[in-house]
Structure formats: C-alpha cells, structure tokens
Design a protein around this ligand. Structure first.
Ligand code: ACO
Length: 367
C-alpha cells in the first residue's frame, strides 16, 4: 500500500503574500494580522494589499474602488452562457464555467495582470447573484455603485438595501477568507498558471479544487450537521455516534493548525457581536465545546480544533445567506488570494513538475 502523504510538510513555493503558523495560530497577510485587517480595513483595501504589496493611500484606494465598481456589470456574452447552463449545475460548477468563459471574452493571455485580478474579483458577486435570482424566476438586480463590495453583493442577492451590520460582518468574513498560504486550491491555481495558462483558466482550476467537502465545501455541511443535531441534549449522542462510525465532524481539524484556527476565533467574535449571543450562537458554542472534547477522546493527540468553516457557517446563517451560497461566497473571497499568488507565480515562473515513485509491477526482463 503506497504511503499517502498529501504533500504534508513539502514546501511548494516561496511567497510574500500570506503566512500561516499552525502551531501559534497566526495568520499574516503581507506583514499585517489578518484578524486586524478584517475589522479595521475594507475589502478593497485588503485586496489592494494582497495584489500590490502595500496598503493603498487614499488616492490609490479611490481609484481601485472606482475600477472595481465599473467592473461589476455582467458582460453580455457571459450572461448568455449563464442562461444556457442547466439548472441542475451547482453554483460552484457555474462559477467554474463562467470564469473559464472569461478567458475567451476578457483580455486574457500571458502574463496575468492585476487589472484582470481586480476585474474578476469585482465581477464574481454579480455572477453569483444573477444566477441565484434567475433560478428563482427573479429579475436581476443591477449593481449599485454607491455600495461597497460586500454591501453590493447582499443587495444584488436580495434587491433590498442591506443591514450595515450584516455588510460589515460579511466584509470581515470575506477578508479572513481571502488568503491562506499554499492550500489545495491556491496550489492548484499556481500549478495551472505555471503552464502559462491565462489567469481565468487558472482560477477556474482553483474553483474546481475549492468545491470539495474537505476544502471549501464544508460550511454548508456544518449547517446540515447543526440542523441534524437539533438540540443541545442531542449533541453528545449525535457526535459520539458519528465518531464511533469513523465519520468526520465538519468544521473541525486542519492540516496546518494544531491549535485554534485564528480565522475561527475572529469570526466567533464577529458573530457574537452580530447576534448578541442568540440561541443559535449559544447552540453552536455548545456543539463546538462537545465536539472538541469528543475529538480528544476518539482521536487523542491529533489536536483537532474548530476550523474557519464552523464559524463561517454561523456568520453566514446570521446574515441570512442561503447555505447553497456559502462555498461560492468563500470562492468570491479567495479569488483575491488566488490571483495574488498567480501574479507572484508569473513574476518568476517555472512550471511545476514533481516526481512520483512507481510502485507498480515491472515488465519481465528478457534473457
Ligand atoms: N473529524 C473527525 N476526525 C478527524 C477530523 C474531523 N473533522 N479531521 C481529522 N480527523 C482525524 C482523521 O480521521 C485522522 O485520524 P487517524 O489518525 O485515526 O486516521 C487524523 O485526524 C488526521 O486526519 P487527516 O485526514 O490525515 O488530516 P488532514 O490534515 O489530511 O485533513 C482536513 C485536514 C481535511 C481539514 C480534515 O481535518 C477534515 O476532513 N476536516 C473536516 C472537513 C472540514 O472541516 N474541512 C474544512 C477545512 S478548512 C478549509 O479548507 C478552508
């Protein structure tokens, strides 16, 4: 049986974009604590930091905001593609197809540019909202240039001016979701870009990688888990039964973090402020506490704690985002980090080409 390592401990690239210290529970974006950026800076400021390497001054920020507002409108060719996609295609598939389509209709090619990163990041919420409303027979809501990135996303989904606390909480979530070192989707995106694919093709590869339940697909499964558990009394028997049967608890465990995930900690605070410790929040805390105790009992020494997805689910429920949009919303945030990595990769590119160890049979050696 071959040893399955999942490339654990392997360094795939040097990066100046983000640093994840799993032992200390640190997450740093270009020299700044991600948790501070999430509460003290806007989506656009943090995106600028990741793409350009420094926080923008007032003029640079205003110019970026203007460019991103202008890029929110859905290109007509993409609208036709969206209308043609089958209703059964999940939103992650829709995003993957849309972004791949952009490689034909936006000015793509090699090398990738920050302008492409800005354009794609600005456009993705429009794609999600358009598709979401269309499947429900609702008319599209045009982007509102008076609103910032997160508020405009909520507005395009509902057609109503968003509650400013909801927009602030969503901004914090989007910032904390932007970047996370060499995670599976960022790696997939960098590998694809390293072949000199264009940025849109590489992001579409990253979206495919993001869609699985072990990566970006976890938050909606967290909601399903909390719904199935239902009551505080049922938490322990339900979680025990899951672990007895070798199941995984969604929203717990991480390849890198062997202590509390700092994103989960930051989102817990944001959710607490937003909900004022309502019943749903107290229930989530009870499930979290019980799960960590039982994980220690069933998986001693593995150091399994709450990951970002657990409180991402709580925050997105609190702002009334439908569960099917959790992973697409995470994707819209992570696009910033993916594209920053692609710009970095292209600046000193060498194609990724690792080795494998052959463990199959050899042909008979002739006499
Ligand atoms: N529930 C129960 N057991 C777990 C969990 C969990 N959530 N996570 C890990 N384990 C156990 C495994 O069963 C394994 O036990 P074993 O040693 O007895 O075989 C041990 O811990 C190590 O697990 P690995 O799969 O080797 O850990 P890895 O680092 O490869 O996986 C991962 C990390 C995929 C996140 C894992 O913890 C998991 O499946 N968690 C649940 C899904 C989830 O929440 N995903 C979101 C991650 S955050 C993000 O991607 C943004």
């Amino acid at each position: 049986m071959p040893k399955v390592t999942g490339l654990e401990g392997v360094v795939a690239a040097e990066t100046e974009i983000g640093h994840v210290d799993g032992e200390r529970g640190h997450l740093i974006y270009r020299g700044y604590w991600a948790k501070d950026l999430a509460v003290n800076h806007s989506f656009e400021e943090t995106a600028y930091l990741l793409w350009y390497g420094a926080l923008p001054d007032a003029r640079q920020l205003a110019a970026l905001e203007e460019r991103m507002r202008a890029a929110r409108a859905l290109p007509e060719a993409l609208r036709r593609v969206l209308d043609a996609l089958p209703a059964e295609l999940p939103m992650m598939g829709v995003l993957q197809a849309s972004v791949a389509t952009l490689s034909g209709i936006a000015s793509a090619g090699w090398p990738p540019s920050a302008a492409q990163a800005e354009f794609l990041t600005a456009l993705l919420p429009t794609v999600i909202a358009y598709r979401y409303r269309r499947l429900r027979g609702l008319p599209p809501v045009e982007p509102d240039p008076s609103l910032d990135h997160a508020a405009n996303y909520l507005y395009m989904l509902t057609g109503e001016m968003p509650n400013s606390d909801h927009a602030k909480a969503l901004t914090a979530y989007l910032i904390l979701g932007m970047e996370h070192g060499m995670n599976a989707s960022t790696f997939a995106g960098r590998v694809t870009l390293s072949t000199q694919s264009d940025l849109f093709t590489a992001v579409s590869a990253a979206i495919g990688t993001m869609s699985g339940p072990l990566h970006g697909g976890a938050p909606s499964e967290v909601i399903a888990m909390l719904e199935e558990i239902g009551t505080e009394e049922n938490a322990e028997p339900w979680l025990r039964c899951k672990l007895e049967n070798g199941g995984r608890l969604m929203g717990f465990g991480h390849r890198i973090y062997k202590t509390k995930d700092p994103r989960a900690e930051a989102l817990r605070i944001v959710t607490e402020r937003l909900t004022g410790r309502d019943h749903a929040f107290e229930f989530a805390l009870h499930v979290e506490k019980t799960a960590i105790r039982l994980l220690e009992e069933y998986k001693p020494g593995r150091r399994l704690y709450t990951n970002v997805e657990f409180f991402a689910a709580a925050i997105m429920t609190a702002i009334e985002l439908p569960a099917e949009l959790f992973t697409p919303t995470f994707t819209a945030a992570r696009t910033v980090g993916w594209t920053a990595h692609m710009l970095e990769q292209s600046a000193h590119n060498r194609i990724f080409r690792p080795l494998s160890v052959y463990t199959g049979p050899m042909p008979a050696i002739g006499d």
